[in-house]
Design a binder for this molecule. Structure first.
Ligand code: ARG
Length: 432
């Protein structure tokens, strides 16, 4: 390191506010005391992550560093920390809030939802989640939020927005709270193969980068059954074909077995919730390479806080069966070796608590490494962003987090992330 003129430690005064300094054209070196290679599961000692602007140039040992001749480098000392790639969440609703459920939702305008999203985007990033898939938002508030973050107006993770979730009339993705004379219809409602194709095209036109549709009833919607399939095979197939033609992945909300099996056959890329997935369903996802995104934490929040938050009694009743079985089926899917993603349904529970699910995954059959892999490399593959995120490798985005203690010993360490860099810019640092 002798030839390196360190420009000094970066100023963290702007960091605490959650707004990072411009990372566009400088070189930063992070000294990682322990760096987790999420693919091999190895902890590598004393690695130096060289970052140009927003991209990782290289990861070097001290020996390799001797040959570097550079000046004006910002140096970040994480020599006492465990350094990992930024975490990711495949299933969030940034524009929704945990204390706004049931009929309270009807009091919220779309602009209000966008403002909620601004606050939640920051919380999510500060929790160490540097990329999220936003699978359903009123209007296209998630697209606007993505753009505001990209423009540097507000801090937040990289967002893959779905825009409006597509669903049948009266289904989980519709709004069924009001009687006929005050009827409401959610923006993503469409019936019939051609109508759903048109919805996919419209979502794409207004900025969606992933398609979400509802393939069964749900817990939180009024008058739907979690076990009942929504959309016929032909409609699901039309959604998937059209989305794939347009270069977008498809996530299906599905709890019941029939809906799950039909959606897998239609070619979806991930099954969200997957609560009652059958053994045949697990075999089918393995054969097709479909990811399971099972939100095994949220049930505890719904059952303890749900009533106060305005969740309908009928939803609480549904959750009492769904949560328990979902965890058992998660365990079965892990044991069978199904591909697992990390999706949590943040927005049902408070944003920023996204990391809590990791410990639940470990409790229900995963090793800490496997759980961390779901939230890093597995999600990166599901998102089609494997060349950009998910591990700390040359050419990938400098999305980097750090914690004080070994997350492979106790994965709940990741519930309190101490350092967050996104795209080469530091947003959070408790490091002196
Ligand atoms: N948004 C989902 C639904 O309403 C939440 C399900 C939460 N419950 C669970 N056990 N994962 O269906």
């Amino acid at each position: 390191m002798r030839k390196i003129a360190l420009a000094g430690f970066i100023s963290l005064s702007s960091v605490t506010a959650g707004y990072a300094q411009d990372a566009s054209d400088k070189t930063t070196i992070i000294h990682a005391g322990q760096m987790l290679d999420v693919e091999s599961g190895k902890l590598l000692q004393d690695r130096f992550i060289i970052i140009d602007g927003d991209t990782i140039r290289n990861v070097l040992t001290l020996n390799d560093m001797e040959d570097m001749e550079e000046e004006d480098i910002d140096f970040i000392d994480l020599s006492n920390m465990y350094v990992l790639p930024g975490l990711t969440d495949a299933h969030v609703h940034l524009t929704s809030d945990a204390n706004v459920h049931g009929y309270k939702r009807l009091t919220r305008s779309t602009p209000r939802a966008a403002i909620t999203g601004v606050r939640n985007a920051k919380r999510t990033l500060m929790a160490g989640f540097t990329t999220v898939r936003n699978v359903g938002a009123p209007g296209f508030t998630d697209v606007d939020l993505m753009e505001a973050i990209e423009d540097g107006d507000v801090p937040g993770p990289t967002i893959i927005p779905a825009g409006r979730s597509i669903g049948i009339t009266g289904g989980h993705c519709d709004n069924n709270l009001l009687p006929f004379e005050n009827r409401r219809k959610a923006g993503g409602v469409a019936d019939g193969p051609w109508a759903v194709r048109a919805k996919v095209r419209e979502n794409k036109k207004f900025g969606a980068k992933v398609i979400k549709f509802c393939g069964t009833g749900g817990v939180l919607s009024k008058g739907t059954k979690v076990g009942a399939q929504q959309f016929a095979f032909e409609e699901m197939k039309a959604i998937v074909d059209e989305a794939h033609l347009l270069g977008m992945k498809v996530a299906v909300h599905a709890h019941g077995q029939e809906g799950i099996n039909t959606a897998i056959e239609a070619g979806v890329d991930s099954v969200e919730h997957s609560s009652f997935i059958s053994d045949a369903g697990i075999r089918a996802v393995k054969a097709n390479g479909t990811y399971l995104s099972m939100d095994v934490y949220v049930s505890d929040y719904i059952l303890s806080e749900g009533e106060a938050a305005g969740i309908l009694e009928e939803s609480l009743a549904k959750e009492r069966t769904v949560g328990k079985i979902q965890r058992e089926r998660f365990q079965a899917a892990v044991k069978a070796g199904a591909k697992m993603a990390y999706g949590t349904d943040a927005g049902v529970y408070p944003h920023g608590d996204n990391g809590r699910q990791l410990a639940y995954m470990v409790k229900w059959g995963m090793s800490p490494l496997q759980a961390i892999q779901t939230a890093t490399i597995n999600n990166a593959k599901l998102f089609g962003l494997e060349s950009q995120i998910g591990s700390l490798k040359s050419g990938k985005m400098a999305d980097i987090i750090a914690v004080e203690n070994n997350p492979l010993s106790d994965v709940s360490e990741l519930e309190h992330v101490d350092f967050v860099m996104k795209g080469g810019a530091v947003f959070k640092s408790k490091v002196e």
